[in-house]
Design a protein around this ligand. Structure first.
Ligand code: ADP
Length: 436
């Protein structure tokens, strides 16, 4: 600001000096013209005016020149000593146009001489001239005032700059101190978008931290139950409280079951964490959905038999999507597994690959199971959310399956649709986006 102010002042002074100098010149020439006119009138009244020895002390120099350029009379020097004035611009101009004017450097330092020439009726040239300050002198004479002005402006600018800086920075500083509560901070309009962005980011960070905290707490809690069981059964065996062979098998089975649950839980957690971390090297390739579905079928067959559920897979064998193969396998297995686990004995699960009317490829799993209440359609995709907790646990559910499905779908920009009727069955459909 100080620099700009100083620069502004200098530029203004220079420009104004030129403007005023031009005005000043006009004024000087106007004066000279008036003088010349008066002298001309006097000469007309008294033709002998220029024959006498001049003794003017007016600061004016008067010269009479004949039409050939010879000096006839001069108020400052004897005319005979003066050389021809035929080449003087003002004289030439006056001869041609009736009047002429020029400014020339004076012998006096820092001064200029202003000449005004007038052609009289008899053809002679009457020239008047006067010495006046040059532009350098005018500027120089203003130096003191300019210096003072610069000083005053610098002080004013200094104060203003410091006030403004304070005003600009103050809300930012206050905000930095109370990021959680920016309501009391007085914010000017220009800062608003920035504040809003910071606030949103801040809230997001807090929300994420809370979610992570909650997730960690949930995971720990989920790990605790099977571990407590394992520890309990092992302790009983250790104390020799298991006498019969039958009990040993039962306890070992429980330990095995709970250890399996732990493993599934840990696997799911690891998977979600790595999805959360946003792996950068997700390999995307052309994946035949039908083939992946068939592989899941072989993995889930035993499970289906165990739950007395028939698993049928059909659809478009040529449907190819651009995706990560393992992740797609995870989606298909999770959805089919849910269809089996939340089914009724004798029920069915149909998995289909097909094309939607708008030519997207979709994968749907339909079951004849217990169904999902409508108000839970969204919540089932939350981590650890279960509609029926005991059933989920009893069938080896972790509460993370659909959260993983949703995460993967999001990563592939796929859309998920849920349709269900309580007691009648559920259909979950994943529609993949068109390639390209
Ligand atoms: P879980 O491991 O408990 O199955 P998911 O994330 O896979 O966890 O599913 C969340 C909840 O959604 C389940 O606990 C269950 O209550 C409900 N759910 C999921 N799929 C079905 C289905 N096909 N039929 C009925 N309920 C389902």
């Amino acid at each position: 600001m100080l620099l700009i102010a100083a620069l502004g002042i200098c530029c203004t002074v220079i420009v104004m000096s030129f403007v005023f100098y031009r005005l000043f010149c006009t004024q000087v020439f106007d004066d000279l013209r008036s003088c010349a006119n008066i002298i001309q009138k006097a000469y007309e009244a008294d033709p002998e005016l220029f024959e006498t020895e001049a003794d003017f002390d007016t600061g004016l120099r008067i010269t009479v020149i004949d039409s050939g350029g010879r000096v006839e009379w001069d108020s400052a020097a004897p005319a005979e000593t003066m050389d021809s004035h035929a080449d003087r611009p003002e004289v030439l101009q006056a001869l041609e146009q009736g009047e002429g004017q020029t400014v020339r450097n004076s012998e006096t330092l820092g001064k200029n001489r202003f000449y005004y020439a007038l052609r009289m009726d008899d053809g002679r040239i009457l020239r008047v001239s006067k010495e006046a300050s040059g532009i350098e002198m005018i500027m120089l004479s203003a130096v003191q005032e300019i210096g003072l002005l610069i000083l005053i402006l610098l002080v004013v600018c200094g104060v203003l700059a410091s006030l403004m800086t304070k005003r600009l920075v103050e809300p930012v500083e206050q905000m930095a101190e109370h990021l959680g509560n920016t309501g009391n901070v007085r914010i000017y309009k220009e800062l608003q978008p920035f504040v809003q962005m910071i606030q949103t980011q801040h809230e997001d960070i807090i929300k994420n931290a809370l979610l992570r905290q909650e997730f960690t707490a949930n995971v720990s809690h989920e790990l605790k139950t099977p571990l407590t069981s394992i520890s309990g059964y092992a302790e009983l065996m250790e104390m020799g409280l298991v006498s019969s062979q039958e009990d040993t098998v039962r306890f070992a089975h429980e330990i095995h079951q709970n250890a399996n649950r732990l493993l599934t839980l840990i696997n799911d957690t690891i998977q979600l964490s790595s999805l959360d971390a946003g792996q950068r090297d997700v390999v995307m390739e052309e994946v035949n959905l039908y083939e992946v579905m068939k592989r899941c079928e072989s993995l889930l067959e035993i499970n289906a038999v165990k739950h007395k559920v028939t698993l049928e897979m059909s659809g478009d064998e040529t449907a190819v999507i651009y995706a990560n193969k393992e992740m797609i396998e995870e989606i298909i297995c999770n959805l089919c597994d849910n269809g089996i686990r939340y089914n009724k004995p004798g029920g069915s699960v149909w998995a289909t690959v097909m094309r939607t009317p708008d030519d997207r490829i979709s994968f749907a799993v339909k079951d004849t199971g217990i169904g999902i209440p409508q108000q839970d359609y969204d919540r089932i995709f939350e981590r650890f959310y279960r509609v029926d907790k005991s059933r989920s646990k009893q069938t080896g559910g972790t509460g993370l399956g659909l959260a993983i499905v949703k995460h993967i779908a999001l990563l592939h920009e796929a859309e998920i649709r849920v349709e269900s009727e309580e007691g009648a069955g559920t259909e979950i459909q994943v529609i993949f986006k068109k390639r390209g």
